[in-house]
Ligand binder design. Structure first.
Ligand code: PGA
Length: 252
């Protein structure tokens, strides 16, 4: 049975104190089932602190929202994958649409980040998704295929197992507009087919594919009931303790 994930992307929100309270309350009050895993993605400076909170609890882990595309060196302001590992991070989000659009991250740059992250034995949450203009032209499948092909499909099968894919249509992120369960399922199924063609059926069946984009406790259950949706990458709703706990408790 595929592992199910509920991930909290806190983006550029919270103070250290707020992040600690949020994570502590979620850990205290939520009861993930044995096949569910919860990941907190706080801002960089709080990773160590949240890693201490989740330490020893197998249902939770912590990760970074990004990492540098260079291994180390004179890159003022950047945070390398090995640094994330050294403060207890287990995951890195790579290819979030906000990184692609606001910071002009190309598929080639993302490929480098993926490799550096995996080299540190961290797992990758790889985001892909089309814009509204691309969906209106019905080229969403092509766009997602290109994103996967250019940044992760070069990996060998052993490395690919450390990837979780998050399909996040850009038009659904932070907009309150969610993809319908059918639209999401269609894309998740398409992604799984691509993995089967590129690798094999077994690997395609093992890889978890999350949906992201305005997930709330109200729409979570219809999304999670789709056969190829293995959880969610949650932005705004993950900053609200009860709302996020409700998404976990919808169950998967
Ligand atoms: P949202 O963000 O839930 O606020 O739409 C999702 C994301 O950006 O990962």
């Amino acid at each position: 049975m595929r592992k199910k994930y509920i991930a909290a992307n806190w983006k550029m929100h919270t103070t250290l104190g707020e992040a600690n309270v949020l994570a502590s309350n979620i850990i205290k009050k939520s009861k993930p089932n044995t096949n569910q895993h919860i990941i907190f993605f706080p801002p960089f400076p709080y990773i160590q602190s949240i890693a201490d909170l989740v330490s020893g609890n197998e249902s939770y882990s912590v990760g970074a929202q990004d990492c540098a595309s260079e291994p180390k060196g004179a890159f003022t302001g950047e945070v390398a994958a090995f640094m994330i590992r050294s403060v207890g991070g287990k995951w890195v989000i790579i290819g979030h649409s906000e990184r692609r659009s606001h910071f002009n991250e190309s598929n080639e740059t993302l490929k480098k980040k993926v490799e550096l992250t995996l080299d540190e034995n961290l797992s990758v949450m790889f985001c892909c998704g089309e814009t509204i203009e691309q969906r209106e032209k019905s080229i969403q499948n092509q766009i997602v295929e290109t994103q996967l092909e250019a940044s992760i499909f070069h990996l060998n099968p052993a490395a690919f197992k450390n990837i979780v894919i998050a399909y996040e249509p850009v038009w659904a992120i932070g907009t309150g507009k969610t993809a319908s369960p059918e639209q999401a399922q269609e894309m998740h199924h398409y992604i799984r087919q691509l993995i089967a063609i590129k690798y094999n059926d077994r690997l395609a069946d093992e890889i978890s594919i999350l949906y992201g984009g305005s997930v709330t406790s109200t729409n979570a259950s219809s999304l999670f009931s789709q056969p190829d949706i293995d959880g969610a990458l949650v932005g705004s709703a993950s900053l609200m303790t009860d709302e996020f706990i409700s998404i976990i408790h919808v169950g998967l």
